[in-house]
Write a protein that binds this ligand. Sequence first.
Ligand code: UDP
Length: 452
Amino acid sequence: MELRPRIGRRVVLIPLPFQGHLNPMLHLANILHFSGFSISIIHTHFNSPNPADHPHFSFHPIPDGLPPKSGASMGDIIPLVNALNQNCSGPFTSCLSEMLSDASAQPVACLITDTHWHVTQATADGLEIPRIVLRTSSFTTFAVLAALPLLRQKGYLPLRESQLEEPVHEFPPLKIKDIPRSGTTDHDPMYQLLSTMCKESKASRGIIINSFEELEPSAMSTVQQEFGVPVFPIGPFHKFLPPSPSSLLNPDRTCISWLDAQPPKSVLYVSFGSVASIDEDEFSETAWGLVNSNQPFLWVVRPGLVRGSAGAFQVPDGILDTAAGRACIVEWAPQLEVLSHAATGGFWTHSGWNSTLESLSAGVPMLCRPVLFDQNIDARYVTDVWKVGISIESKLERGKIEEAIKRLMIGREAMEMRERAACLRETADRCLREGGSSYKYLEKLVSLIMSF
Ligand code: UDP
């Protein structure tokens, strides 16, 4: 695709420094660059993107007050996001003021920040720059988060063990256990973060979402009503343009040549994203379930995947010997390429939103094993709404895993899921083409930015 004519205006983007947030923000930056804007990225030193991967953007690091480190474990995320918001308010203002006063640079049209950078609304107000937010979850999750006070009032929260299987009448087909496990008092750090995030998103000039209208039409109207600002579903971002690299870890490309040697749709790709972790026992059950299923598998065993193991985790030899030739294990995979590879027939995922959307738009059915945050909501939609996957809801146990993998990969049910997934892939492709829903929303977004 050819670059659109240059508009002579600059958009400043601020990604949240975690893999599942960096990827969509950098894809969005590419889309806006393609649409004619110049792109500046303000980023923390913590989990910094690599400027060399994006030579057409300008990068502006700010001090974040955190020790340098790449990757984060599940327990760290909320305190980290809170600390980042506290530490970065001053640096954002200094960095943006400098940009605004630089007469030699193109004028700044607006700021686009991750919804979790809630402190940037005050920065934008102070400097009188419009702020648009990027939400990196599904519409449904955003609608549920905005409704947490209501769900608390109605007695769904705090979650009670005896009610977990009951329906949430306001959000069918969600069950009570699907609601993200935030605390419920006003002083709980996660509850506080989520309500401030929603409040400051309502104060923004618009919400960009990495989803598409046809996927979640009713949740989209709920978000529109609840937030009261224009909403732009322009996803799936990564399919608009060939994506540039944005991984914090180095993808191991040997898995692509291994995939090249496998029969079409035979391989189960297994990855639990960049943050979710499992214990040693679950790891062992997973490994034996994979081996016993007799399907070829490509497994991402990321450093830190097994709780308590900071570095790379050694897969026991016995397991690999039994799976001889049928297993490929890497520390990080080029996931988009893996999902679009002809040999990939299924994806065992933790149901992070990026992974879910990437799998849907590649037409790959999923075996869902959600761990935390919004992952239960994504998994519920995959299994009960789009019907392109199954879930393992019970304790991870090798016999159950083997059975679930066979259901996903072979037989009639697997064929039906595959057909539905292929239809969703076509819908995703269609909405990105001229006249499609995401294409039209992108045009509207560009007009809004131009109007500032
Ligand atoms: N990813 C990747 N290689 C891997 C595992 C994950 O490139 O081996 C990418 C994946 O394509 C997705 C992101 O990392 O874009 C993970 O985001 P997601 O929302 O699925 O999960 P999170 O890591 O935020 O829990």
